[in-house]
Design a protein around this ligand. Structure first.
Ligand code: ZN
Ligand code: ZN
Length: 316
């Protein structure tokens, strides 16, 4: 595409391409034919904060991204330290978070690729952006990486608020760690997706792709073939599992939306519960005693009430 732009100019150029492609689609649309919803939205609607419309590409402020990254790292260090989380459990937690985010990215992607969801409030704009990515696959490389990860930030705050309630405002320390890890994984997911489109991907990215830690160019290309119903996961390791789910329930719009919303609220809670059970079953009484620091410590209240346990392994 000749010259490479960055920052706001890259965003402006992408929006010009949207206009051009929309005009082409209008010109090709014959009498009595219905224009695709992605073009129709650009023509007839302006995004008003609730309902989807143009512009598709937006330059994102960087400060919230830095704040989220710093906050997530601090939460992980603070909570792991407070609960004396042993390193092997920390490593298991990171691996769980990685797998979980990949699976979640697949669910999110199925929901946002559904053209019917463009007409829904709030989520419609994200769906419109996702579907324009099929029309302009290089958009993710053409714009700055900070704008690519900045696209996620609007969603972070409501999800964080819901998670805060479920984690009893940080008293479920393990869940807080999982939530913080998920935020970092979300940025990594954007990186993985971007590198799958990046013809100038560096050696390290190529290594991660070859080793299977990030989705390969080939696998992600499969998603870009119409009708865009393969390889939804952005990191790629969970694609087979997600494909099974998609075969079973591919076109149930509200089933995917409901799964997506419930997943946003409860995934970290479920992960922390699984890790707790694992620790209880593996850990000797001694080690459990050492890292939970006593019965009166901040018991994850949901976990405590659901499992009926008075002593929680990961409370500090
Ligand atoms: Zn897609
Ligand atoms: Zn893509």
């Amino acid at each position: 595409m000749g010259k490479r732009f960055s920052g706001e100019e890259a965003i402006r150029q992408l929006n010009l391409r949207v206009e051009k492609k929309t005009q082409q689609a209008v010109d090709l649309c014959k009498e009595g034919e219905e224009l695709d919803v992605t073009y129709k939205r650009v023509l007839d609607y302006k995004f008003d904060g609730v309902w989807a419309g143009r512009p598709i590409y937006v330059s994102r402020p960087r400060f919230p991204t830095y704040l989220i990254i710093a906050g997530a790292i601090l939460v992980i260090i603070y909570q792991a330290n407070e609960m004396n989380l042993p390193l092997p459990y920390f490593a298991v937690a990171a691996a769980m978070s990685y797998l979980n985010y990949d699976f979640f990215s697949g669910i999110l992607h199925v929901a946002l690729d559904d053209p019917r969801n463009i007409k829904l409030p709030l989520i419609g704009q994200a769906a419109l952006e996702f579907q324009w990515h099929h029309a302009i696959p290089t958009d993710i490389v053409d714009k700055d990486f900070m704008d690519v990860i900045g696209d996620l930030n609007i969603a972070v705050f409501p999800i964080l608020a819901a998670n805060m309630i479920v984690m009893d405002y940080g008293r479920n320390r393990m869940m807080a760690i999982f939530m913080a890890m998920k935020l970092l994984m979300a940025y990594f997911g954007q990186f993985s997706h971007r590198e799958a489109h990046n013809i100038r991907a560096g050696k390290f990215s190529q290594f991660l792709q070859k080793a299977g830690f990030m989705i390969s160019v080939k696998d992600h290309k499969a998603h870009h073939q119409p009708p865009h119903e393969d390889d939804f996961c952005l990191i790629g390791v969970c694609n087979h599992a997600l494909q099974v789910m998609f075969k079973l329930a591919g076109h149930f719009q509200y089933a995917w939306l409901a799964t997506f919303v419930l997943y946003c609220i409860f995934d970290n809670y479920i992960l922390s519960t699984i890790l707790n059970h694992l620790a209880v079953s593996v850990g000797s009484e001694d080690s459990v005693e050492t890292w939970h620091g006593g019965a009166d410590s901040g018991l994850p209240y949901l976990y405590g009430s659901v499992a009926g346990m008075s002593n929680n392994t990961f409370a500090a």
